[in-house]
Structures are given as structure tokens and as C-alpha cells.
Write a protein that binds this ligand. Structure first.
Ligand code: SR1
Ligand code: MG
Length: 418
């Protein structure tokens, strides 16, 4: 069957021909099919049995263009294959935090997967002021498991090189290279600014020191094939409730620097933090408790990730009886290498966090917790605070020793005035 962008009617016909979904959905003739995609790229359908609503799947189909912009921005559909590959790899490495994939069809650029009916998108939950007791524990586990097991620290050199080739994701990487790591640092027609954002705040991003740092991060993104990344690990790619956490949507997956995933997540926790003053005040609530909780998440995500990553590494070497460094029994060199490795990931994470925060303020795709603030001046104030924090992270990425220093800086930036 040649590719067609599916409608609820054509999807129903399609599903009838997929036997592995029949056992999940039961009666294929009585399905409710609703398109719910609100992301930037794809069609997303909830498919639910009318008689037994607990029987339900999500069907995601890649469109041959960027949904955010329309048919004027064509995009190949190969991202669906990359997403299927990543869901399979991540599902094997961390099944408790990755939705189960039931069916993938390369010709239709379509994936059917577990419907997380009792979960909401983390970004939405945070805007509503909801806290999640297991969030940092789960996300640090997810990142340690996926990033360690995709790397040369775990895989054989041959398997890792094959995995790099299998994960080539040229077009989606180009989106990140342009929209995250290039355009926000120049005057580019795709950039979108708040009317009240002072021009000086934008011009700071064009300073040679900032452009140099952004170019260095772009180089790292394009050349450091360290592990299979999610590639777009923001709070809109996480689904949560009070007990579970799932990481969804790895269509930007490719082999890149591990600090990219960590940095995107930290960046989006920080934009959530800086936006709380507005959201909680609007809701007649005190922002302090959730602000403190969000900063705790920043610390626990990083500290938990670093600790779990090292623990996986030490356990693997002990079990394998050999290590990446060779077989010499030299604990001192091993631990120096591990320490330097974590420092390097930390620096990368902070650099990428800075780029991500900057692009969400001045680039094409925004974050709802800030973009949805309806008053230009109130929004611009939070944008300026975010930009100052982002710039300090990007420029100072090699100078931070501990995540507590990032938190002190975030608290300082939260009180800046226009
Ligand atoms: C043009 S696509 C914009 C953004 O949406 C995705 O979620 C990625 O973050 C991408 O950069
Ligand atoms: Mg996405």
C-alpha cells in the first residue's frame, strides 16, 4: 500500500488488516478514533474500543512535511523508522519508562504503541502546579540506562558502529542544528520574539563569545557520537502520573553527545521553574513550594543520573572482567577516567541547556509555560530571566563544579528585573 496520510476512516480500514492489533483492540468494527496531535510534526490518533474502553492504542503517523509550518516545509518520513528503532532500543534498556511498541509500518511511516491513558504530558502538569514524587528518580534512571547501554562503555566496538549507522537521522538532526544551535544566535527570519523583549536582550545573543560557545555546542552535537540519544528530551516528551513516568516521542533519536539529552531536560525544568511565579500567582497560589520542588528536581536529576551512570559502568566492568581502558588492574586510572567523563557530560549538559533555553525564547518553537503568558511585558520579563540564566550556563559550562551552583544562579536570575 502506498503511503497516505490517514484520516479516522482510512485508519479504521488500515487497522483491520493488522492482526497483532486485533488481539489488543478486540472488535475492529467498533472503534473510536480521534486525532489528538498537538506537536510540531505528526498525526497522532487515540484508537479505543467502544465496548471496552480499556482496550486502546496510540497510532502515530509521520507527515511528509512539518506540521508546525505546513506543506511549505517538506520533511521526509524516515523519522518514523528512526523512532521505531529508538523505541525498540530504549524499551529493551529501560522498559519501565518507555511505552510498549506493538506495530511499526515503514511504508505508512506509522507506529502503534501503548496508550498511556492515565498519564498526562509533564509540561502540562507542571503548568498546573502538580508535583510528581518519583520524577527525578525515574528520569535519572531512564537517562542512565539508555545512555550507558548505547555507548562504547557497554557495546562492542563493532555493535556500536553499526548502531551509529542504523540511527542516522539527517533531517531531524538538521532541524536541531539550525533551530537550536544556529538561528537563535543570529537575526534569522524564522526567529520569533515577544514584542516587549528588549532588543538588547536579543543582541546579547549575537556577541562573539556567545556565538563561539553556540558553535562549539553545534560541533559537539554533530561530531560526538557517544550514545543513542532521545534527541528531544523536553518536558513535552515525558508522560507522568503520581506513580509512573514514561519518555515518549524519540523521533529525533541519533548518536550524539550524552549531555544533549541531559541538558534538554534540565533546560525545560528550568523554564518550568522560571515560569511558576506567573502561573501560581494567576491561580492565587504561593509559587515558592513548587519553585523549590523544581530546583530539587534539577539537582536530583543530574546527581541521580551521574551516580547511576557510574554504578552501571562499574558493575559492567566488574561483570565483564575488562574495561574500555584495557584490562590492567589500575583502579586509579579507571576512577580518573570516570571522573573526567562525568565532568565532560556535565559541561556538555549545561552548554546544551543554555542553547535550548535560548532557542525556546527567540527561536521558532516555544515552550507553553512561557509562550502562553498573554501579557507581553510579563512574558518578556520571564524571557529575559531565562536568557540570562541560559547565557551564563552556556558561557560558564566548564566552570561549574556542582549542580548546586546552577541552582544558586537560577535563584538569582529569577529575581532579575527588565
Ligand atoms: C520545527 S520542529 C520544532 C521543534 O519541535 C520538536 O519538538 C523539536 O524540539 C524541534 O526543534
Ligand atoms: Mg516530539
Amino acid at each position: 500500500m502506498t503511503y497516505q496520510a490517514l484520516t479516522p476512516d482510512t485508519l479504521a480500514n488500515y487497522l483491520r488488516q493488522v492482526p497483532e492489533l486485533l488481539s489488543l483492540l478486540g472488535d475492529m468494527d467498533a472503534l473510536d478514533i480521534v486525532e489528538v496531535g498537538d506537536g510540531n510534526l505528526n498525526l497522532v490518533y487515540f484508537v479505543t474500543s467502544r465496548s471496552q474502553p480499556a482496550r486502546s492504542v496510540v497510532v502515530k503517523q509521520a507527515l511528509p512535511y512539518l506540521r508546525l509550518v505546513g506543506e511549505g516545509w517538506p520533511l521526509t518520513r524516515h523519522r518514523s523508522d528512526r523512532e521505531a528503532n529508538a523505541l525498540q532500543q530504549f524499551g529493551a534498556r529501560c522498559p519501565q519508562h518507555v511505552p510498549e511498541m506493538f506495530h511499526a509500518d515503514s511504508a505508512q511511516s506509522l507506529i502503534a504503541m501503548q496508550h498511556l491513558r492515565e498519564h498526562i504530558i509533564l509540561r502540562r502538569g507542571l503548568i498546573e502546579g502538580i508535583t510528581y514524587p518519583n520524577l527525578a528518580e525515574h528520569l535519572s534512571t531512564y537517562m542512565a540506562q539508555t545512555l550507558f547501554h548505547g555507548s562504547d562503555l557497554y557495546l562492542s566496538a563493532a555493535a556500536k558502529k553499526q548502531a551509529v549507522a542504523d540511527a542516522t537521522n539527517t533531517e531531524l538532526c538538521k532541524i536541531t542544528e539550525d533551530l537550536v544551535l544556529t538561528y537563535p544566535f543570529e537575526d534569522h527570519p524564522t526567529n520569533v520574539y515577544s514584542l516587549a523583549l528588549p532588543r538588547a536582550a536579543v543582541e546579547r545573543l549575537h556577541q562573539p563569545s556567545v556565538r563561539l560557545a553556540a558553535a562549539q555546542m553545534k560541533w559537539a552535537f554533530m561530531n560526538q557520537a557517544e550514545s543513542l540519544l532521545h534527541g528531544d528530551l523536553h518536558t513535552g516528551s515525558v508522560m507522568v502520573n503520581q506513580t509512573d513516568t514514561y519518555v515518549i516521542d524519540p523521533e529525533f533519536a541519533y548518536y550524539g553527545p550524552m549531555g544533549f539529552d541531559v541538558g534538554l531536560l534540565l533546560a525545560n525544568l528550568l523554564t518550568a521553574y522560571l515560569s511558576q511565579e506567573w502561573h501560581r500567582t494567576q491561580a492565587g497560589q504561593n509559587p515558592a513550594p513548587i519553585q523549590a520542588w523544581l530546583l530539587e528536581q534539577v539537582a536530583s536529576v543530574w546527581n541521580g543520573f551521574a551516580k547511576k551512570f557510574i554504578a552501571l559502568w562499574v558493575a559492567h566492568d566488574a561483570h565483564a572482567g575488562s574495561s574500555f581502558m584495557g584490562n590492567a588492574r589500575d583502579e586509579e586510572s579507571q576512577s580518573l577516567f570516570r571522573e573526567a567523563f562525568v565532568r565532560h557530560m556535565f559541561s556538555d549538559a549545561l552548554g546544551f541547556a543554555g542553547c535550548e533555553m535560548i532557542r525556546r525564547m527567540v527561536g521558532l518553537a516555544k515552550v507553553a509555560e512561557i509562550a502562553a503568558i498573554p501579557y507581553e511585558t510579563a512574558r518578556a520579563l520571564i524571557e529575559v530571566r531565562t536568557l540570562r540564566l541560559a547565557e551564563a550556563l552556556l558561557l560558564g559550562r566548564d566552570d561549574f563544579q556542582f549542580i548546586s551552583e546552577v541552582i544558586d544562579l537560577a535563584e538569582e536570575c529569577r529575581t532579575l528585573t527588565l
